[in-house]
Design a binder for this molecule. Structure first.
Ligand SMILES: *[C@@H]1O[C@H](CO)[C@@H](O)[C@H](O)[C@H]1NC(C)=O
Length: 340
């Protein structure tokens, strides 16, 4: 005989299950809504419904990761559902980095001249943007051309310091025309090979003369022959010492190499980034300054090439002077700068 209490508890259990299903449904709805809003914000269009459904699932996984990270608050930086929120970490790594260290023979070290070796008394903080040596943040798009953006940003910096003129220079020229060493357009490259290309070519043209289109194209030789800035050499910063890197960055914007492949780097939004990251260098960026926060955290100011919507208006502050000699994400492992 079923008592009314049993019936009530059975009913209650059913109601609970139903409520569970209902709230799950609500959550999915709001995730679909968040995805729609995000698509509108970033102008995303998918080719068909299955593609959209697949991207929604990836978006959902990423947003859950981002929300949980921010709610936990155990790091001094925040993540956000930025333009990469519908990409898996594998897709992100494959299309947004492009530093080809693997193809390169190990540097023996200590051979090349380092002109800032004996520099002393560097300022406590520095921001090359405030000195007019840094152009606006650019966007490499879905092309592994980070190396070209880093090469060009460091060249724009030294050109401004030497001539007083800040000229936005062409990454596409490097993508299309530079086949030096490891440089292979959207398939990746190295900044040192990029500097060597500019030296051999006798200069590099302007962004407006040879605009960026994020694809491998045929070299436009007439544009390649028109030079808006030139460099005469490049030097390598002795590796694995942040104090040494500081001497260089205190004197000009410097091309640095980092491991930017992690999810927390993918979704970095603001604050001083402290990892997690490894030292598997896969991305070329530009150190354009350094400083210390009000609470005493030292950081590198780094210009990225993922547009202004990523990070702090296209920049990231990365923790500086950490315990490991390689620096955070390997930032002190492989740095170079052009000379005039
Ligand atoms: C730094 O100082 C040492 C010792 O005086 C000198 O031998 C070396 O050439 C200097 N380095 C540079 C880059 O000027």
């Amino acid at each position: 005989m079923a008592s009314s209490a049993m019936i009530r508890s059975l009913f209650f259990a059913l109601a609970l299950f139903a409520c569970g299903a209902y709230s799950r449904k609500l959550q999915e709805l709001s995730m679909a809504e968040r995805h729609e809003q995000w698509m509108a914000k970033y102008g995303k269009v998918y080719k068909d419904a299955p593609e959209k459904e697949m991207r929604l699932q990836i978006f959902k996984d990423n947003v859950e990761f981002i929300d949980a990270f921010n709610a936990a608050g155990y790091k001094p930086y925040k993540l956000s559902a930025n333009a990469f929120a519908d990409m898996t970490n594998g897709e992100f790594k494959a299309s947004r980095t492009g530093y080809k260290r693997a193809g390169r023979t190990a540097r023996t070290g200590g051979i090349t001249l380092f002109r800032y070796e004996n520099v002393t008394g560097v300022p406590a903080s520095l921001d090359w943007r405030k000195k007019g040596a840094v152009t606006g943040v650019k966007d490499q798009g879905q092309c592994g051309s980070c190396w070209a953006f880093s090469t060009v940003a460091a060249t724009e910096g030294i050109n401004q310091l030497k001539t007083g003129k800040l000229i936005s220079l062409s990454e596409q020229e490097l993508v299309d025309c530079d086949i030096n060493g490891e440089d292979q357009g959207c398939e990746g490259g190295l900044m040192e090979d990029g500097f060597q290309f500019i030296i051999n070519n006798g200069g590099v043209t302007t962004e407006s003369n040879y605009p960026y289109d994020a694809t491998d194209g045929t070299c436009k030789t007439a544009k390649e022959a028109s030079h808006a800035a030139k460099i005469t050499g490049y030097e390598v910063v002795p590796a694995n010492n942040e104090a040494t890197l500081l001497k260089a960055v205190a004197n000009q914007p410097v091309s640095v190499s980092i491991d930017a492949g992690g999810s927390s780097f993918q979704f970095y939004s603001s604050g001083v980034f402290t990892g997690d990251c490894g030292t598997d260098l896969d991305h070329g960026v530009t150190a354009v300054g350094y400083g210390t926060t009000a609470d005493g955290t030292k950081y590198w100011l780094v210009k990225n090439s993922w547009g202004e919507s990523w990070g702090e208006e296209g920049y990231i502050r990365m923790e500086r002077d950490i315990d490991s000699k390689e620096g955070l994400c390997g930032i002190a492992m492989d740095s170079s700068y052009p000379t005039v």
